[in-house]
Design a protein. Structure first.
Lengths: 445, 48
């Protein structure tokens, strides 16, 4: 299967089976698009009609090149996902936890999927004892996996800072005895960010996600203090100080809604503030939500992603580059096909832990009681199953050219959009494919 | 090739041979937390 598309002056072929990418001229584009459905003589005639400057020798050379790519498995290659069938489903070691150290927040963002941090329950902080037990649970269930990941999440995790520090210290104390390497990440709104937090993050937290939506008026309309005021002026100076002193990875992460379909302006605003690692995600909202995105928004959103890609290239040429999470593809050293087939690992290698120690298959499903998977003391309960199908088991994914890049999409998004965690979030699929087209465009120009 | 420029990419079919170690980052422990994508993650298998 190939995906052929034209974008901002480039003709691009993605060979979906092998992952190969080709940048080609117009004649090759037409030839490859028709190659598997058209006889050689007919193809030659059609190409000659369209491109009268092409000689027979030119055509023969083009066809030979296509055949060579086919022979090398770089064009019309068999579906790599099939190679992984039978080895990617089923039970996996647990290797990642999202620790909800705080089910409470010091902001009241109106689009928050977590219900202002409380996940539709009571406000709560995770005790250090519960967090230590969560680390033990992870080590006990991680099999021979060496790299274990713990994300401090909320609500606002800095409201449980002592627990964060204690958890890191405890996990580090287990590393050599158990042959593990912990990687910590933290997501914060920045209200409590200070030099102490920054220094600790530099020493221990490999990636810090900082929430900023972009332009002051956009950010303040959504991300409000409990008193109803905006939070931009309080947090931006803290984020800038953090970024200046940061040793290690970080992302400035925004959320866009139907209120700022021109979200590229917000990304560029954040870049203009001096930040260089950026992410911007579409809001996850219930169908019918006034801030939600719909299929009618797609043309404008597509246009925005193109503007963003072009502007990033322009700025790079001027020596002012910045990274955008969804455009940061690693085509040479990306994951193997098993990872791509198996999906995000929610409910198998990845669990969220509530302040009380309950397990959920995903942080976005916390509070939806039917998804309780057990707890950190008793483990995953008997009979619990949250197995999102691997991509070729899902009809909607099997024939999709992007399946080895999206890995089948987000189970929680699918659940919230379709009522079925094994369903499909069509809007998310469309946005993903557009971002991928733009990201690959940036690789070929 | 005159008309076709191939970008260097990992051969995904080939990756089935030594893949599946499971040591790479879990997708949602990244910047997104609300969508899933694996293409921007790094392979951590030294035997690839």
């Amino acid at each position: 299967m190939i995906h052929a598309y034209k974008l901002m002056g480039q003709n691009i072929i993605i060979d979906a089976g092998s992952g190969c990418v080709h940048a080609i001229d117009d004649a090759a584009y037409d030839a490859i698009a028709l190659y598997e459905t058209c006889g050689r003589d007919e193809l030659a005639a059609r190409l000659t009609a369209e491109y009268p400057e092409l000689t027979r020798d030119d055509l023969d050379e083009l066809f030979a090149d296509i055949e060579e790519l086919k022979k090398d498995g770089k064009l019309f290659a068999p579906d790599a996902a099939l190679e992984a069938d039978g080895r990617s489903g089923g039970k996996r070691d647990i290797k990642a936890l999202c620790l909800h150290v705080a089910h409470t927040c010091n902001l009241t963002c109106d689009y928050c999927f977590a219900g202002q941090g409380r996940y539709h329950g009571d406000a709560a902080l995770m005790s250090a004892a519960t967090a230590r037990r969560a680390i033990d649970f992870l080590v006990e269930n991680s099999g021979d996996k060496r790299n274990l990941e713990v994300d401090f999440f909320g609500g606002e995790p800095l409201l449980a800072w002592d627990t964060v520090v204690e958890t890191v210290k405890y996990a580090r104390s287990l590393e050599s005895e158990h042959g593990k390497n912990f990687r910590f990440t933290l997501t914060t709104n920045g209200v409590l960010l200070d030099d102490e937090v920054t220094e600790f993050c530099n020493a221990e937290i490999s990636n810090v996600v900082l929430s900023l939506d972009g332009r002051r008026e956009i950010h303040d309309a959504r991300r409000k203090t409990p008193q109803g005021g905006g939070s931009y002026d309080a947090i931006v100076p803290k984020f800038r100080r953090f970024a200046e002193k940061r040793e290690g990875g970080y992302y400035m992460r925004g959320t866009y809604t139907s209120a700022n379909l021109d979200f590229t302006e917000d990304i560029l605003h954040i870049a203009d503030l001096g930040f260089t690692e950026l992410a911007m995600e579409p809001a996850v909202s219930a169908p019918g939500d006034a801030l939600g995105l719909t299929a009618a928004d797609l043309p404008e959103l597509f246009r925005q992603y193109e503007i963003l890609a072009a502007e990033m290239v322009r700025r790079e040429g001027e020596g002012k580059p910045f990274a955008f999470y969804h455009y940061t593809l690693d085509l040479e050293n990306g994951p193997c096909v098993y990872k791509r087939v198996a999906g995000c690992g929610s409910g198998s290698e990845y669990f969220a832990v509530t302040p009380e120690g309950e397990l959920y298959p995903c942080h976005q499903l916390v509070g939806e009681r039917e998804f309780v998977a057990g707890d950190i003391w008793g483990g995953v309960k008997d009979g619990f199953e949250f197995r999102r199908k691997v991509i070729n088991e899902r009809e909607e994914c099997r024939g999709c050219w992007a399946k080895l890049y999206c890995s089948g999409g987000c189970a929680a998004n699918a659940y919230h959009a379709s009522g079925d965690a094994d369903g499909v979030y069509e809007l998310g699929c469309e946005l993903f494919k557009k971002r991928l087209e733009c990201a690959i465009w940036m690789k070929v120009i | 090739m005159k008309r076709i420029r191939t970008i260097v990419t990992r051969d995904l079919c080939e990756s089935a041979k030594n893949g599946g170690c499971g040591e790479c980052q879990t997708s949602c422990q990244s910047a997104c937390k609300t969508s899933n994508g694996v293409a921007n993650q790094k392979c951590e298998n030294p035997k690839k």
